[in-house]
Design a protein around this ligand. Structure first.
Ligand SMILES: *Cc1c(COP(=O)(O)O)cnc(C)c1O
Length: 375
């Protein structure tokens, strides 16, 4: 089926039903509600549509990194609770309150600035306190965690809605750091209990911890990559049954036979060694395709290999095995064709990075087509 219904030459197919099923699997596996992480345009999948589908699947929060992302969700008319997990300037507090967006507080100075701001506007802000149990990124150090939460509960215009931490190594299944982080977090929670402070929603687990560390499930889990059906790491793969939500496709824009000795593409980094069939696909680095030399794709159910360098809008391919290929054929960058599959993991390995960066790098000009095989 050619999904290029509006005539795009490059597009993503996002299966929202698969996303909902992945979320349901995570809910069943943990018997906990899911806080769906939809930052970075939902890992490239499209923040508005993914947020709506996640909420339909029962996600109790949508988690983003920046307030702009939260506002985009609200502007689309989605009312699900939203948590901004990253830093928000105190000048944005009013906008957060007005849009029912919960903010993370992860340091004392910002917390004091929020207190001042909310006292001025006389409006209550919903906050999640971030505890640094060993990631050494955002958060007050665990030793100071209970004290910090205690102070938050004493501010007139603060509502402590949650307390959370984040793991550094949960995708390394034999790394003892995760257990240490869980222990440190438990100490903070115990201290809060003995102070009589209600932490609200306690959450910690990214995808890897959601899959592999039941001790880290607490009140809710906070997976990102797994809801998209992508592995947290090659050595921490999803169990069977999870479905890759995204496929990345484009069209063949040229197919022709070149004479022996033709220089191909910018810089002539490739020369035909005989009469050779060369194709051009409508994909370039401006779409998020990395400018390496050895990219692969699927065409007519076969693997094809790059020839020459990736350009801004096009990439050249050796089609010697596919003389029958025609302009307008579908070329698969991520996804399946004729029993062959290319995964985001495989591309990540070629690019020397992780699957997260592959999908987050998909740029805006790549049209997103949302499909729903249950609708
Ligand atoms: C990105 C992020 C997540 C989700 O991580 P995954 O590995 O994609 O599951 C969870 N919590 C925080 C704080 C994050 O920044």
């Amino acid at each position: 089926m050619n999904m290029s219904i509006n005539g795009q030459s490059i597009w993503l197919e996002i299966n929202l039903a698969a996303l909902r099923r992945n979320i349901n699997r995570l809910q069943q596996h943990t018997q906990r509600p899911v806080m769906a992480v939809v930052k970075a345009n939902a890992y490239g999948h499209g923040i508005v549509e993914v947020s709506r589908a996640a909420a339909q699947a029962g996600a109790i929060y949508l988690c983003v990194a920046r307030i702009e992302e939260a506002l985009k969700i609200r502007q689309a008319g989605i009312g699900t609770p939203i948590l901004v997990m990253g830093y928000t300037k105190p000048s944005k507090v009013l906008e957060a309150v007005e849009n029912h967006v919960s903010l993370t507080v992860s340091d004392w100075n910002t917390a004091r600035a929020y207190a001042k701001k909310t006292a001025e506007i006389k409006k209550k802000i919903h906050l999640h306190a971030k505890i640094d149990t060993g990631m050494s990124r955002l958060g007050v150090l665990a030793e100071d965690g209970a004290n910090f939460c205690n102070w938050i509960t004493q501010q007139d215009f603060f509502h402590l809605e949650g307390v959370f931490t984040h793991f550094a190594c949960a995708d390394e299944l034999s790394n003892p750091v995760t257990d240490q982080q869980i222990q440190r977090f438990n100490v903070v929670l115990d201290e809060l209990r003995s102070l009589g402070i209600k932490p609200g929603l306690v959450h910690a687990s990214n995808s890897a911890a959601t899959l592999f560390y039941p001790a880290a499930w607490y009140d809710a889990v906070r997976p990102g990559i797994a809801i998209y059906g992508l592995n947290p790491a090659p050595n921490a793969p999803l169990p069977a049954g999870y479905e890759q939500v995204l496929s990345w496709k484009c069209l063949l824009a040229s197919a022709k036979t070149l004479p022996k000795g033709a220089g191909v593409g910018y810089g002539h980094t490739y020369f035909t060694s005989r009469e050779e069939h060369i194709g051009v696909a409508a994909i370039g680095y401006a779409d998020g395709f990395r400018r390496v030399r050895d990219n692969i794709a699927l065409l007519r159910g076969k693997r094809i290999h790059q020839a020459g360098s990736v350009c801004m809008d096009q990439t050249l391919w050796s089609l010697d095995d596919l003389p029958e290929a025609e302009v307008g054929d579908e070329v698969i960058l991520i996804g399946q064709q004729g029993g062959q599959t290319i995964t985001a993991d495989e591309i990540a390995a070629l690019w020397g990075t992780i699957n997260y960066e592959v999908v987050c790098g998909l740029t805006d000009r790549v049209h997103r087509i949302f499909i729903d095989d249950e609708a």
